[in-house]
Each structure stands twice: as structure tokens, then as C-alpha cells.
Design a protein around this ligand. Structure first.
Ligand SMILES: NC(=O)c1ccc[n+]([C@@H]2O[C@H](COP(=O)([O-])OP(=O)(O)OC[C@H]3O[C@@H](n4cnc5c(N)ncnc54)[C@H](OP(=O)(O)O)[C@@H]3O)[C@@H](O)[C@H]2O)c1
Length: 268
């Protein structure tokens, strides 16, 4: 190519495909969303349902899932699930196969962050709880999904901008999210030959029940906004596009990566 240009030859013109994919086109896809009982998972589930996907709603609080299913009014499955248990993830995947005959997209979004403190407060028990849900749960989910995806598929995990840019008092949470980023890259290699794409979405600071304590604390809230280039909390509608995009054919060459949606927190 360089030689051609030096010789003054015109480069071969690019061929524009007749059909260009529409980012976020997910109608008809069979989608699992964990952590769908509240917070970001409710919004992610709603976005997929409104885009015409069939959504299997998973979390421990079955009553909250039933309420969401009724509100969505579209084709949904309610599957009470403890994501920290491998057998629950396997049952969730099998339920989708039994009901819908296949699985296209699996989103491990469930996550907890129960402690705000250094090692003295982050006891081995608390450490285990966070890792069990956030990291091991995501691995069990990806494993269960890959086992039933027979025609390619998409696996996504909700990571966090704190994987790269930890804050004081969140050692277990940050470690779990950094583990997710490494896991997603490794799984993308392992599952590439099966046509399964594996990616993470890393939210910054969004207005959700998980961040209520941070928003309520003036000093922490100011510090977060001071480190966010756009100087505001994210609104959940600004997050879901990343999941819709990664699930759609527009993202067919994207695997093993992280889409960060953080208003510039990671760069500030
Ligand atoms: N909000 C933010 O600004 C932000 C920023 C970065 C990353 N994130 C990540 O985004 C994800 C969702 O956060 P969020 O803000 O929506 O939190 P949230 O409002 O606290 O919701 C957490 C969800 O996870 C579910 N969950 C917790 N433990 C579970 C378990 N053992 N099994 C199954 N489900 C479980 C909860 O349902 P049940 O209690 O019913 O089981 C709930 O649906 C998390 O992974 C979080 O780390 C959030």
C-alpha cells in the first residue's frame, strides 16, 4: 500500500457493504440479565425488552422480578437465581433452553459492594462474599451460557471503572472487577472458535441504589464529581446503549475488551 502511494498509484477504493448493521438491533434475541431485580439490571432488561428481545430476568428477589416482568409486558422469564452458585447459573441457562430453545446473549450484571473500609473491616468472610458474587458468579454464568450456546453468542459482564482506578475502602470490590476484566479477555480467547464473543461494560458512577451512600456523602460525592470529566453522575439511560450495541451484529468483531461508560472518570 505504501509502495503504491509512493508510485503515485491510486489505492483500491473501499467497498461499502450494501447493508450496514444497525447498532442495538436485538429484536427476537433470547437474553439473560442477572441482577435484574433492581438498579441497573432493571434498566438493562427494560432496554432489551423494548428493543424486542425476550429477556430472562434473574436475581434472588423473585417478587421484584415478577413485578418487573409484569411491567415489561413482553415475553419474559422469571428465574430466581443466586448467581454465586454454579448450579443456579446452570439451571438458569437450562430454563432458557427449555422455554425458548436457545440462548443468544448472557449478561452477568449482578454485583455487591457491602463494605467501605480497608483490610481491618474487609474480613475474609466479606472478601469471599464479594468475590463469590461479583467474580465467581460471573464466571459460573459465562460457563453455563457457553455450554448451551450452540450457534455463537454474546456474553457480557458488568465490570466497573474501579477495576482500573480503585478508591479507598473498596479493596474486594475493585479486585473482583479487575478479575472480571482479566476473565473476559481470557474467555474471549477460549470461546472465539465457538463464535462466542465475550466483553465487559465498565460503568463509572451512576445514579442507582448501589451508589446512594456515595451520593449522600458530600465529601465523597464532590470527590467523585471532581474526578469525572463531565462533572455529573451518569444517568442510567446513558449506560444501556453499550449492552445493546455489544449484543447486536454491529459488534461482531469486538471481543475480549471493555467498554467504559464513565463520563471521563478514568481519564481525570
Ligand atoms: N451503580 C453504579 O454506579 C455502578 C458503577 C459501576 C459498576 N456497577 C455494577 O453494576 C452492577 C449493578 O449495580 P447496581 O448499581 O444496579 O446495584 P444494585 O442496585 O445494588 O443491584 C444489584 C443487583 O444484583 C443482584 N444480586 C446481588 N447479589 C446477588 C446474588 N447472589 N445472586 C443474584 N443476584 C444478586 C441484586 O438482586 P437480589 O438482591 O434480588 O439478588 C440486584 O438485582 C453491579 O455489578 C455493580 O457492581 C454499578
Amino acid at each position: 500500500m505504501v509502495h503504491d502511494q509512493i508510485a503515485g498509484e491510486a489505492p483500491r477504493p473501499i467497498v461499502v457493504p450494501r447493508v450496514l448493521p444497525l447498532p442495538g438491533a436485538v429484536a427476537g434475541k433470547r437474553v439473560v440479565v442477572t441482577g435484574a431485580s433492581r438498579g441497573l439490571g432493571v434498566v438493562i432488561s427494560t432496554a432489551f425488552a423494548r428493543a424486542g428481545a425476550r429477556v430472562a430476568l434473574a436475581a434472588r428477589n423473585g417478587a421484584a422480578l415478577e413485578l418487573l416482568a409484569a411491567e415489561l409486558g413482553s415475553e419474559t422469564l422469571v428465574v430466581p437465581t443466586d448467581c454465586s452458585l454454579p448450579e443456579d447459573n446452570e439451571r438458569l441457562a437450562q430454563t432458557v433452553i427449555a422455554e425458548w430453545g436457545g440462548l443468544d446473549v448472557w449478561i452477568s450484571n449482578a454485583g455487591i459492594s457491602p463494605v467501605l473500609g480497608g483490610p481491618a473491616r474487609t474480613t475474609p468472610d466479606l472478601w469471599r462474599q464479594v468475590i463469590d458474587v461479583n467474580l465467581s458468579g460471573a464466571y459460573y454464568g459465562a460457563r453455563a451460557a457457553a455450554a448451551v450456546m450452540t450457534d455463537g453468542g454474546r456474553i457480557m459482564v458488568t465490570a466497573s471503572v474501579l477495576a482500573d482506578r480503585p478508591r479507598k475502602g473498596l479493596v474486594a470490590y475493585s479486585a473482583s472487577k479487575a478479575g472480571i476484566v482479566a476473565m473476559v479477555k481470557a474467555l474471549a480467547l477460549d470461546l472465539a472458535d465457538d463464535g462466542i464473543l465475550v466483553n465487559a461494560v465498565a460503568p463509572g458512577w451512576f445514579d442507582s441504589p448501589l451508589t446512594e451512600a456515595w451520593q449522600a456523602n458530600e465529601r465523597l460525592g464532590e470527590s467523585i464529581l471532581g474526578h469525572t470529566a463531565l462533572h455529573r453522575w451518569g444517568s442510567v439511560d446513558e449506560l444501556v446503549g453499550a449492552y445493546l450495541f455489544l449484543a447486536s451484529s454491529a459488534a461482531s468483531f469486538i471481543t475480549g475488551t471493555v467498554i467504559t461508560v464513565d463520563g471521563g472518570y478514568a481519564i481525570s
